[in-house]
Design a protein around this ligand. Structure first.
Ligand SMILES: *[C@@H]1O[C@H](CO)[C@@H](O)[C@H](O)[C@H]1NC(C)=O
Ligand SMILES: *[C@@H]1O[C@H](CO)[C@@H](O)[C@H](O)[C@H]1NC(C)=O
Ligand SMILES: *[C@@H]1O[C@H](CO)[C@@H](O)[C@H](O)[C@H]1NC(C)=O
Ligand SMILES: *[C@@H]1O[C@H](CO)[C@@H](O)[C@H](O)[C@H]1NC(C)=O
Length: 378
């Protein structure tokens, strides 16, 4: 009796081990394949929405330029002069967010750390308008001048900095990039409450660059959304302004990257578009539609919420949203040397698959990274 039970169990164990081995083998190979397969078929069908070129969105070049010709109050025309810039990274920040900018300089936005640890040149700049309240503006403005004297990393134009002017800020970023940093291989736009896993991002972008990929646009993809017609919502868009029921595919404004060819064409397209639509990432989608480029989804660009805290997640994380006071602590964790080893070997891969299954498929963690085979098994 005892012997009879033992045998099938041992056989079962061998079978499971064998299947695991094969699966791990496949995973290891796909891991490599996955990072090199930039073919957009994986996100098809995306939709480009209506034809914006011949619509109420089209304006003359003279009119289009008015949306972006706000004079610079602070700028650095030579910041990007060094020859080999991998990434120009614009952080959208409100003037009063001094602490957030400081935390970023001490963590993922530390250019010297990136240069010495990762061996590439990344330029991190903060994109700003002016403080909305006249009463506070003078004081905040003088603090901004002081801050910039110390860090030389603010780019500010003379428009009122508010949620409803984010598209103006988008134009600032693409204009500045076009004029002063068009040789940077990639342009990224991010919020100031993000954590960007700089080592993972740099590794990824180096691969994309070496593979010579063009038409590159990556982030958290929103593929099936349309205008909100509830007037109380901050995303409210009137049917006069946007008469169609769907937006073109776009990436969430919290963090996305484009290659320099895309950045340049987006800039060109933006010059003949009506930039009244205040939702900057949707406007970016419209520009993408006009130039015929659709974004590629990368599952480890986060949604609305913070990444679950675990080394198996950190190993693949690109961005995580909603960090403020915890930024320095989480940065220390995500860059600890243990993280890079956590999923090594077959047992490591299996362990991380189980952990990711438990964390990402937990409904509480919806809006972080999606629960699907490519996040769990790779
Ligand atoms: C994108 O939207 C189309 C149509 O709305 C849908 O059929 C498709 O599954 C979506 N694709 C992704 C990757 O979500
Ligand atoms: C643009 O729209 C106008 C009128 O709405 C139409 O007459 C014209 O044929 C359209 N042009 C193109 C290229 O679609
Ligand atoms: C956007 O900025 C412009 C220029 O400063 C200003 O006139 C306008 O009122 C601002 N819009 C909002 C909604 O803040
Ligand atoms: C842009 O669109 C808005 C809203 O539809 C409209 O009021 C404005 O006149 C347009 N601007 C130009 C320059 O066409």
């Amino acid at each position: 009796m005892f012997v009879k039970c033992q045998r099938p169990r041992r056989w079962h164990f061998v079978q499971v081990l064998f299947i695991c081995l094969i699966l791990s083998g496949i995973m290891l190979c796909w891991d490599k394949l996955d990072s090199f397969s930039f073919d957009f078929a994986s996100i098809n069908p995306f939709h480009f929405g209506p034809s914006f070129r011949n619509s109420s969105f089209t304006v003359s070049r003279a009119e289009g330029c008015k949306f972006s010709d706000h004079p610079y109050l602070i700028t650095h025309t030579k910041t990007c002069e060094s020859s080999n810039v991998l990434l120009l990274l614009f952080v959208k920040s409100f003037p009063q967010n001094f602490a957030r900018r400081q935390n970023i300089r001490l963590t993922w936005g530390n250019e010297r750390y990136i240069e010495s640890e990762l061996g590439v040149s990344v330029k991190v700049l903060f994109a700003l308008g002016v403080h909305p309240h006249l009463k506070d503006r003078t004081l905040i403005q003088s603090q901004l001048f002081q801050e910039d004297q110390k860090y030389h990393d603010l780019i500010q134009q003379n428009f009122i900095d508010s949620f409803y002017n984010l598209t103006t800020k988008l134009l600032l970023q693409f204009n500045w990039a076009h004029t002063y940093c068009s040789h940077a291989h990639f342009l990224m736009s991010a919020d100031d409450d993000m954590l960007i896993h700089m080592p993972n991002l740099v590794t990824y972008l180096k691969q994309v660059h070496q593979a010579g990929i063009r038409d590159f646009w990556v982030g958290r993809v929103f593929n099936n959304t349309g205008p909100v017609h509830r007037k109380s919502s901050k995303y409210y868009v009137s049917p006069d302004l946007y008469p169609w029921d769907r937006y073109p595919t776009y990436t969430g404004g919290a963090g996305y990257v484009v290659s320099r060819d895309v950045a340049s064409r987006i800039h060109q397209a933006s010059l003949t578009l009506n930039a009244t639509l205040h939702i900057d990432d949707v406007f970016m989608g419209i520009c993408g539609s006009v130039i015929g480029v659709a974004p590629k989804a990368h599952h480890f660009f986060s949604g609305e919420k913070k990444s679950p805290y675990h080394p198996c997640i950190y190993k693949q994380m690109m961005t995580s949203h909603g960090h403020e006071s915890d930024l320095q602590e989480v940065w220390r964790q995500v860059t600890s040397p243990e993280v890079q080893k956590v999923d090594s070997g077959i047992t490591g891969k299996l362990y991380c698959s189980i952990i990711k299954l438990a964390l990402l498929c937990n409904p509480f963690n919806r809006n972080t990274y999606p629960c699907n085979p490519s996040t769990i098994f790779f």
